[in-house]
Design a protein around this ligand. Structure first.
Ligand code: 5GP
Length: 219
C-alpha cells in the first residue's frame, strides 16, 4: 500500500485509511468467517505465563482483531512506545481518567503501579461489530465481567509452576525483589482460574494463540 510501517494509525491520510480498510475487508473475506462479530475477550493469567507473546502472535496472524491499549502509571521499559504498548500517564492523569469515568476497569498490579482499560475504544469496537482483546490482570478481568457479562474470560496457564519461575527469571526484565513480588501475586492468581470461562495452557505459543482465536469465532 506504500504506507510506511512506522506510521501511526492516527496519522494516516484519508486515502491510506480507505486502502487499508479495503485490504482488511478483503483479508477477512479470504480467510473466511474465522472471527465472529464483536466479541470481547479478556486474556489474563499469572505473571510471565506469556500473555504478551500469545497476544503478539494473534496480532501478527489476525490484523483484523483489535487490541485494547491500557493506561499505566509505570515507567516505560526500553523499546516500549507510548500509545502502542501502553499510554504512559502520570499519577495525576490516571486520577483524572478514573474520576471522569473513562476507565472500564483499573487495578493496582503487583502492589505498585496502576493499570486501566480506557472504556471508549472498547465500546467503539463493539458498536462497530469488531472483536477486541484485553490483556489485563485478574482483578481487571473480574471487573470487566461484572460490567460486561458477555465478555469471554480466558485464563492462560503455564505448563507447570517451575516453568513459570524459569520464564520469569529468564526474561530478565525484573530484579530479584520484583520477581519475588510477582511470584507472590502469581500464587494468588492461580487460585482464581475457576472464575474464568476458559483455561488455555501456554505450552506452544502458536497453539495457544489459535485457541484464543477459536474462542472468538465461537467454537
Ligand atoms: P507489565 O508491567 O508487565 O506490562 O504488566 C503487569 C501486569 O499488568 C500484567 O499482568 C498485565 O496483564 C496487567 N495489566 C496490563 N494492562 C492492564 C489493565 O489495563 N488493567 C489491568 N487490570 N491490568 C493490566
Amino acid at each position: 500500500m506504500g504506507i510506511s510501517p512506522r506510521k501511526r494509525l492516527g496519522a494516516l491520510g484519508r486515502h491510506q485509511i480507505e486502502s487499508l480498510s479495503e485490504w482488511l475487508r478483503a483479508r477477512r473475506a479470504s480467510t473466511g468467517p474465522d472471527i465472529a462479530r464483536g466479541r470481547l475477550v479478556v486474556v489474563a493469567g499469572p505473571t510471565a505465563v506469556g500473555k504478551g507473546t500469545v497476544v503478539a502472535r494473534i496480532r501478527e496472524r489476525h490484523p483484523d482483531v483489535r487490541f485494547s491499549v491500557s493506561a499505566t502509571t509505570r515507567e516505560p521499559r526500553p523499546g516500549e512506545v507510548d500509545g502502542i504498548h501502553y499510554y504512559f500517564v502520570s499519577n495525576e492523569e490516571f486520577d483524572r481518567l478514573v474520576a471522569d469515568n473513562e476507565m472500564l476497569e483499573w487495578a493496582i498490579v503487583h502492589g505498585q503501579n496502576r493499570y486501566g482499560t480506557p472504556r471508549r475504544p472498547i465500546l467503539d469496537a463493539i458498536e462497530a461489530g469488531d472483536s477486541i482483546i484485553l490483556e489485563i490482570d485478574i482483578q481487571g478481568a473480574r471487573q470487566v465481567k461484572a460490567a460486561m457479562p458477555e465478555a469471554i474470560l480466558v485464563f492462560l496457564l503455564p505448563p507447570s509452576w517451575d516453568e513459570l519461575v524459569r520464564r520469569l527469571q529468564s526474561r530478565g526484565t525484573e530484579d530479584a525483589e520484583e520477581q519475588a513480588r510477582r511470584l507472590e501475586t502469581a500464587k494468588v492468581e492461580f487460585d482464581a482460574q475457576h472464575e474464568f470461562d476458559e483455561t488455555i495452557v501456554n505450552d506452544d505459543v502458536d497453539t495457544a494463540a489459535e485457541a484464543v482465536v477459536q474462542l472468538m469465532s465461537g467454537n
